[in-house]
Design a protein around this ligand. Sequence first.
Ligand code: NAP
Length: 280
Amino acid sequence: MRKTKLPGGEAVPVLGLGTWRMGEDRSKRKTEVAALRTGIELGMTLIDTAEMYADGGAEEVVGAAVDGRRDEVFIVTKFYPQNATRARMAAACDRSLKRLGTDRIDLYLLHWRGDVPLRETMAGFDDLLDAEKIRYAGVSNFDIDDLEELARLKDGLKRVVTDQVLYNLERRGVEWDLLPWCRKRHRPIVAYSPLEEGLLSHRDHPALKVVADRHDVTAAQVALAWVLRDGDVIAIPKSARPAHVRENAAAAEIRLTKRDLAELDDSFPAPSDRKPLETR
Ligand code: NAP
């Protein structure tokens, strides 16, 4: 699996595994765990989850999937904005660790910006980093002004290694300013909903179909290869089906040509001005 680097030099795979909507139905757990294990075996060892997903149920699925292979994976989880105070972060982190069945979270993200001052959340991150309960800190759904505010805090940006944002062929707004801003500071972004919640896997879009046919791959694979085209963006497609996970993993091998990219640009245009960050 291709990799990119976090600030500090640690390499992480460019394709990981999403878990939103996992853990909601006990009868599906076996398949969900199997899908995550399939991904881990194929090198998609970055697993994204959150305390929010299924009220912690998704973290439990991740815990089951990584049981016995904790050292092979890079676990990302997120806490609610209302838990972004020092005291509440400590408690939320302990709950997540328990559900994940581990002693450390590799990357801990503020899920979205709330009312707690950023300075307080940064202090909470410091506590957790010092206690070695988390290895890296980050944010999600931060628009450029939030990142700027963060960067103005003493050591603010030093702590934060990524911004996890909505990014796919249909949602290219971050290319205007957020993606270049992060690139300049050597922070990879994590692209969530890279398949636009599955919509981009349908072959009824003419441009996707043409490019997919040219490479003899699926529309979903083209959509993922497009997110990965520059090598420094991490995509975390979610699939609860091992067959889809295998298909997604293979997308990392697809190199889109200039012609492919130009055709996709025609159908899914790049932003022509600044827009507020889109979120789910
Ligand atoms: P997504 O990954 O864009 O799409 C997931 C959907 O695509 C599922 O319905 C899945 O169905 C389907 N799918 C996956 N691979 C496929 C394939 N090869 N062919 C056809 N269909 C395929 O959407 P997402 O779940 O919203 O985003 C991915 C992850 O990002 C989430 O799971 C979560 O971890 C994270 N996320 C973060 C935020 C945030 O605020 N930070 C927000 C949203 C999502 P099957 O399961 O049936 O394969």
